[in-house]
Ligand binder design. Structure first.
Ligand code: AMP
Length: 404
């Protein structure tokens, strides 16, 4: 059985999935796993395609000190115990910089170019690159593909791409990139089958998970995003503040004496729903809480989504549909209802029963703007890109280069 390994490596966890390649290039998810607690309490957990448990193992801290070792341990488990030898590996890479507008087959030159973007995404890019480097070193003939969170947004026009700062900085790469592109691309590819009537129209897609952003799409292409240079901008998130006056950063440094590193840590880990509520970064906890600050955090989240939707509707010069996706967007009827209240002036009217059922179409028949819930699947998107690059690149013959 030919398989594709998909890797999503973060600072303290490596998530991985195995897809089998079926007839006519169809992919079927076989395994979903992750090694988390890297450097603290390493644990490998994995389940099969139907959710059946396959592994749950703790490791001593010194056995899994970093991300590349974690990938090595997970890879050895797949090869040695499950006899899985993937024909290619697809990686989620957060930053493709200004140039990469599509996935790319990885070689040493590509890794060197992607290393240049580490300072544009210091908390993600180094961890994304680490398993790529170790697989390149240990399995040099195994094809690897980098799939970027920024690539889907490279269709933006100049007005959406620039900050009002001197041109030199834009040339250096200080631009509004936008992120969550693999999720948006999956939605764009899925809409023609799940909601053909809106697929080519003006759509706002709200990716609301622990990271959150929205994308304005026209004809399945990204026109504008709430995120910019880094994944800090736009909507409030689990632990990130979203849009923030840069003066706040100056205040933290000048008045609080915080270093750039401590401000970075603060903005990525201590703000957002967690900072505002003082209760949790998890929407489920906030919904259960009686604390008025938890209520404030939910209200704020919905309010900012409403404000940003207004901005994206202006970018699209109108709106034909709204789509919810990701952890909160797919699962929280409460948040969807609160967001819909913010969008009522645009003509959004939810059907409470369909909303509570998490139906695909959750708006009333008479709603001027139809509202959909479409589950995202970034890993499947990566697996599809990896397979299609493999098939369309004559030099990479998967059957010859299989690792054994
Ligand atoms: P993601 O990053 O897409 O995996 O989304 C993760 C977030 O989704 C979690 O932090 C939760 O806040 C949220 N979430 C997941 N399930 C639910 C649910 N049933 N109700 C509310 N929020 C949820």
């Amino acid at each position: 059985m030919d398989t594709i390994l998909v890797v999503n490596a973060g600072s303290s966890s490596v998530k991985f999935q195995i897809f089998s390649v079926e007839g006519e290039g169809r992919l079927r998810r076989q395994i979903k796993g992750q090694m988390d607690g890297i450097g603290s309490r390493p644990r490998l957990k994995a389940s099969g395609g139907a959710g059946d448990p396959l592994a749950d193992r703790a490791y001593p801290i010194e056995a899994v000190p970093d991300v590349s070792t974690a990938m090595g341990v997970a890879g050895a488990w797949l090869r040695e115990e499950l006899r899985i030898h993937p024909i290619a590996v697809g990686h989620r890479v957060v930053h493709g910089g200004p140039d990469y507008d599509r996935p790319v087959l990885i070689d040493h030159g590509v890794v060197a170019r992607l290393e240049r973007f580490i300072n544009l995404a210091p908390l993600h890019q180094p961890h994304n690159l680490s398993p790529i480097r170790s697989i390149l070193a240990n399995f040099p003939t195994l094809p690897q593909v980098a799939c970027f969170d920024t690539a889907f947004h490279r269709t933006h026009g100049a007005l959406a791409d620039y900050y009002a700062i001197p041109h030199q900085l834009h040339a250096e790469g200080v631009r509004r990139y936008g992120f969550h592109g693999l999720s948006y691309e999956y939605i764009a590819r899925t809409l023609p089958s799940v909601a053909p009537e809106i697929a080519k129209r003006r759509v706002i897609v709200a990716h609301l998970g622990s990271g959150a952003s929205m994308c304005a799409m026209k004809d399945g292409r990204s026109v504008e995003s709430t995120m910019g240079f880094t994944a800090l901008d736009g909507l409030p998130m689990g632990t990130r503040p979203g849009q923030l006056d840069p003066g706040v950063v100056l205040y933290l440094m000048a008045e609080k004496g915080m270093s750039a590193a401590s401000v970075q840590d603060f903005l990525y880990r201590e703000c957002g729903l967690k900072g505002l509520s003082g209760v949790s970064n998890d929407m489920r906890e906030l919904e259960k809480s009686d604390d008025p600050k938890a209520k404030l955090a939910i209200d704020y989240f919905a309010y900012r989504i409403g404000l940003n939707a207004g901005m994206l509707a202006a970018a699209l010069q109108g709106l034909d549909a709204f789509v919810f996706t990701a952890g909160i967007g797919e699962n929280s009827a409460t948040v969807r209802a609160r967001v819909a209240e913010q969008l009522a002036w645009l003509g959004v009217a939810l059907d409470p029963i369909q909303n509570s059922r998490h139906a695909r179409l959750i708006s009333q028949t008479g709603s001027l703007i139809p509202v959909y819930v479409v589950p995202t699947d970034e890993e499947l998107m990566i697996a599809q890109h990896t397979l299609s690059l493999l098939m369309n690149t004559p030099s990479s013959n998967p059957r010859q280069e299989r690792v054994s």
